[in-house]
Design a protein around this ligand. Structure first.
Ligand code: 9MR
Length: 381
């Protein structure tokens, strides 16, 4: 329970509330000339997303949960059809892979790896270091010795995997705000130092340098104190000899009619990453429409789709080649899980039907958002 509360505070609400400045309508008004207006409903694009993405040299994928994968055939079929890449939802986190010191368990992660192999889906490893989902014997930050043993065990298991192609070497290591860090330069979580992260990257490369290495972060999709610190850290790692191939922008987004979307700030983050030759990828995309809610579900779905399209258009304009949504269906979204649901939706049951953040609905039917993603890939250059 304590663990859950800790998670809610640092990864749930912070992730989302920091993005309250993102929205759609204002953008329509002020950037009409720069951003193509999405028109919905429009032609239905039925080809698999993985195929539409591949046609542009890109990848589409989703986070997969091994429990539902094994018991929900409809869910498994959707993933097999749509995904060219997948991330395990929790199966590669420390509490799953090394529940007691030196005792490794890859049972649930391998359910996903086997599925990926069967359907020719690339696997993105998430994650080697995070301050959440830790077993009780590890406190954060782990000692370098604990960390190196963990990295050796987990990366070692997938060294010869035909599907695992990339790792989130570290996840969510920047503090939520300047009050929660002692590190004015990089804003690292209390207890972390840039040297520690550098050592982690270097050690990971000594275990298996054949994979792509990413630094994954939340709430960096615009100009902000956090994105500035994160970019500075990436530059530091790069300049000090770390192998860092890419940067994951999680993109748990809130849009609304009430907030302007910082399209300019977002594009400048992507540009900085490209200039540093650290490839930006989208690792955990899902979209909430904040209050005031639209009048009906149809309007809501249109807004979610429109938000997906605008966001992906900006991504593709900056050469983003990988887009992973955090789940594929609203049936299993973390946002609808009462443990993580934002308070204002949890407080009022009638609002909960308006949490429809993913491409497929709870009956596994495609929504306009799926079409928006398809069109964004089709129109990408
Ligand atoms: O969606 C995941 C949820 O089911 C897990 O219980 C939780 C803890 O392992 O992690 C969630 O995934 C998070 C991801 O690993 C990192 N960024 C935020 C994601 C959503 O909370």
């Amino acid at each position: 329970m304590l663990h859950r509360r800790k998670f809610l505070k640092s990864a749930g609400y912070t992730t989302l509330s920091a993005l309250l400045t993102m929205g759609v309508l204002k953008q329509k008004q002020s950037h009409n000339n720069n951003v193509a207006m999405a028109s919905y409903p429009s032609t239905n694009v039925s080809s698999p997303l993985r195929q539409l993405a591949a046609a542009k040299g890109k990848l589409y994928g989703a986070a997969i949960d091994s429990v539902y994968l094994q018991k929900d055939a409809g869910y498994a079929a959707l993933l097999a059809r749509e995904c060219g890449i997948a991330t395990p939802n929790g199966e590669l986190k420390w509490n799953a892979t090394e529940p007691s010191p030196g005792v490794f368990n890859f049972k649930s992660a391998d359910v996903i790896a086997d599925f990926c192999q069967k359907y020719n889906i690339k696997l993105h490893g998430h994650t080697l270091l995070w301050n959440q989902a830790l077993p009780s014997w590890v406190s954060f930050p782990p000692t370098m010795q604990q960390l190196q043993k963990h990295v050796t065990g987990v990366m070692g298991h997938y060294k010869n995997s035909p599907v695992l192609k990339s790792w989130d070497i570290a996840n969510e290591i920047i503090a939520a705000n300047p009050n929660e860090t002692n590190d004015t330069t990089y804003g690292l979580l209390l207890g972390l130092t840039p040297q520690y992260i550098l050592e982690l990257f270097k050690f990971a490369a000594s275990v298996d340098s054949t994979k792509l290495f990413y630094l994954n972060e939340t709430s960096v999709e615009g100009a902000s104190w956090r994105s500035d610190r994160w970019l500075a850290l990436i530059e530091y790692l790069k300049n000090n000899g770390a192998k860092i191939d890419g940067a994951g922008l999680q993109s748990h987004l809130w849009f609304s009619t009430a907030y302007p979307f910082d399209a300019k700030g977002f594009s400048s983050v992507l540009k900085r990453l490209n200039d540093l030759e650290v490839k930006p990828i989208i690792t955990e995309l899902d979209i909430i429409i904040d209050l005031p809610l639209p009048n009906n579900i149809q309007d809501l779905d249109r807004m979610v789709a429109d938000s997906y399209k605008r966001y992906l258009d900006l991504c593709f304009a900056a050469d983003v080649d990988t887009v992973i949504t955090w789940g594929i269906t609203d049936r299993y979204s973390w946002i609808r899980d009462l443990n993580y649901m934002p308070a204002k939706f949890k407080a009022d049951r009638s609002r909960q039907q308006y949490l429809r953040p993913l491409p497929y609905d709870r009956n596994l039917q495609p929504k306009l958002a799926r079409n928006a993603i398809a069109q964004a890939f089709q129109q990408a250059t």
